[in-house]
Ligand binder design. Structure first.
Ligand SMILES: Cc1cc2nc3c(=O)[nH]c(=O)nc-3n(C[C@H](O)[C@H](O)[C@H](O)COP(=O)(O)O)c2cc1C
Length: 184
């Protein structure tokens, strides 16, 4: 699968790409991939995130609960990739959103291929349409006293408050045919 590299500060100029990434994330989830201590790539489904511009740089903000295997991986490497899977790979987000890397080698189980990153340690996923390489530029925790009651009751009944990672987008790669179709 041929890929095209976009400059991180320029990808947002492709509105169709931004729309596709956002819609896919909000509707079915996309994949945050990190590297564990044994060198294994671990994809986890994320449904929440914010693409934006902070500190004069492109940022993808993600929320990860400390209970996830992913959490320890991102803490250790200080980076992650965000990957937008093809529309016909719903099975991938379903599996990666319900199984943990503690018990499963999800890449092998789903027959996915690591895509070496250009700027960070964590690889991307070669089968994905868009891959964002992100390094953790800042992080913070959701503070329980600062959360309104309806969100607290609905999303944090067990007190597993997210850690928020501000990932600076260091590199972007897009599958070539997908980019051509989006540009039309
Ligand atoms: C659609 C969907 C969206 C999800 N979004 C998030 C998220 O944004 N943050 C998070 O911490 N977990 C999220 N999860 C849960 C994790 O994907 C799930 O717990 C996963 O098994 C964790 O994998 P890991 O233990 O290998 O890190 C989501 C699950 C689904 C199905």
């Amino acid at each position: 699968m041929a890929r095209v590299d976009l400059k991180p500060e320029e990808w947002i100029d492709h509105p169709a790409l931004a729309r596709e990434a956002h819609n896919r994330m909000a509707n079915e989830g996309i994949l945050l991939a990190s590297l564990d201590a044994s060198g294994r790539v671990n994809p986890m489904t994320i449904g929440w995130g914010v693409f934006g511009w902070i500190w004069g740089r492109p940022i993808f903000t993600v929320l990860v609960r400390p209970s996830r295997y992913t959490y320890g991986c991102v803490e250790a490497t200080g980076d992650f990739t965000v990957n937008v899977q093809p529309a016909d790979r719903r099975d991938v987000v379903d599996f990666c959103g319900t199984r943990s890397g503690r018990e499963h080698d999800k890449m092998t189980a789903l027959d996915l291929t690591p895509l070496p990153s250009r700027r960070i340690k964590s690889p991307g996923i070669a089968e994905c349409l868009i891959v964002f390489e992100c390094r953790v530029a800042a992080k913070n925790d959701i503070l329980p006293p600062e959360v309104i009651e309806d969100i607290k009751g609905h999303y944090y009944p067990e007190g597993d408050y997210h850690r928020v990672y501000f990932g600076q987008i260091m590199a972007v790669s897009v599958e070539q045919d997908f980019l051509r179709r989006q540009a039309k």
